[in-house]
Design a protein. Sequence first.
Length: 245
Amino acid sequence: MLQVKRENKDVFLTFDMDWADDGVLKYFHSLICELGIYGTLHVTHQTPALAEIRKEGRLELGIHPNFNKLLDNTECRGTDFRQKVRELLEIVPEAVCVRSHSLVSGSPVSRCFAENKLKYESNLLYFPGGGENIKCYKDIWGIVQVPIIFEDDVCLQMKAWHHAAQYLESGFQPARVFNFHPIHIFLNTDTMERYEKAKKYTDNYTLLKQFINKERYGVRDLFEELVCLAKEKGYRFCRLREMDV
C-alpha cells in the first residue's frame, strides 16, 4: 500500500534571554500569552520574572550558558565551562534544553551537557537555500542536536531577516526551529545600529524605551506575522522537548 508522507506541521519558537531587563521580559512574556503560543526560553540569569513564566507554562525553560569570557581569557581563574552549566542548572533545575551564548559548543561541551541530564542542544545555525533536508539527530552522547533555521540578530547583520515566512511554505523539510531575542522583539529592532545604540541602556527600562522602533518594519513585526501565518496554515507551536527524532 502506498504511504503518503505526513507534512511536518510543527513550529519551534525559541528565545535566548540574554540578560534582558525584567521590564523587557514582562513585555515579551505578555506578548507570548496574548498570541497564545508555546516555545522555549533559554535562561541566562536568576530573576523574579521566571516565577510568572513558570506559572503560566507557555514557555519551557532551558539554559543559555556564556562561555565567551573563558574563550577570551577575561574570566577569573578557577572557573570552567562545567561550572557555568552547573550554576545555571541551579536556577533552572528542570531544564532539558540548552543553547550556548554565541552558539559555542564542541565535543567536551556536549558531553558535559549530557552528563548534566540535558537532552536537547541547539547550537547549530544554518540557512536553508532550497532542497536541503538537514534533520535533527542524536549525537554519540544521546543528546538531540537541533539546528536553527532562523536567528534574528544574525539575519539583521546579514540584512536578510525579513524572509522568515518562506520557511512555512509547504514541502519545506527541515525542522522549523526559529530563534528570537526578547530585546529585539521589545525594541522591534530594524537595524543592528539601533540595537548598538540601545545596548548600553539594557539595564534601564525607562531609557531603553526611547529606542523602540515605531516607524519601520522590525523584528517584532516579523515575529507577529510569522505567528499569524503559522496559525493560518494550521501549524502547531511546540517546545523543544517535544521534538520527535
